[in-house]
Design a protein around this ligand. Structure first.
Ligand SMILES: Nc1ncnc2c1ncn2[C@@H]1O[C@H](COP(=O)(O)OP(=O)(O)OP(=O)(O)O)[C@@H](O)[C@H]1O
Ligand SMILES: [Mg+2]
Ligand SMILES: [Zn+2]
Length: 159
């Protein structure tokens, strides 16, 4: 049991406006950063990343990312669900949590990842979207609907 006087969690610098991605599965923060496609030429604000910080709910450890002055598009959120299925997204406005929602993983994953089978029809230059069935939720396992190959390394195969 945690005692009352203990600090609840590691506090990164508060932000006025932006997005917090919390409860990221431990070890996935840098893969989430890859999904956000942040680089020196497209960002002009602060990002704080906490890795392997104590969590007060769910798993004992988590990663967390706070990005100033940025909101996420739904495609990025759907990709985050694949590698961090318990993550929550909070939109911060004027220092307060204006919106908060969990990432959501549907039954199918369409057009978000490539199949790792080089002989799969989706890797032959045909104009078709990849499609996977979710066969396990945490950690996520997905199976290609075209060739039945299970995608083992999701984060390296995100589109
Ligand atoms: N002004 C802010 N700047 C940076 N981060 C913030 C700010 N306000 C809230 N947060 C973060 O946004 C997330 C959601 O805030 P909330 O107050 O709902 O946290 P919580 O009660 O710890 O919720 P949870 O049960 O999801 O852990 C938390 O990670 C919190 O640290
Ligand atoms: Mg919390
Ligand atoms: Zn396939």
């Amino acid at each position: 049991m945690m005692e009352q006087h203990q600090i609840k969690e590691v506090k990164l610098a508060p932000i006025r406006n932006g997005t917090v991605i919390d409860h990221i599965r431990c070890g996935q923060a840098l893969n989430v950063m890859k999904i956000l496609k942040v680089n020196e030429s497209n960002i002009d604000s602060c990002i704080s990343i906490g890795m392997h910080v104590a969590s007060s709910k769910g798993a004992q450890w988590k990663d967390i990312i706070k990005i100033e002055d940025r909101e996420l598009d739904s495609r990025s959120v759907d990709k985050i669900a694949l590698i961090a299925p318990e993550a929550t997204i909070s939109i911060i406005r004027d220092y307060y949590v204006a919106e908060k929602y969990p990432v959501r993983l549907g039954e199918k994953v369409v057009g978000l990842a490539r199949c790792s089978n080089p002989n799969c029809i989706t890797n032959k230059g045909e104009p078709i979207l990849t499609e996977f069935t979710v066969i396990r939720r945490n950690p996520v396992e997905i199976r290609c609907c075209y060739c039945d190959r299970i995608l083992l390394n999701v984060s390296d195969n995100l589109l």
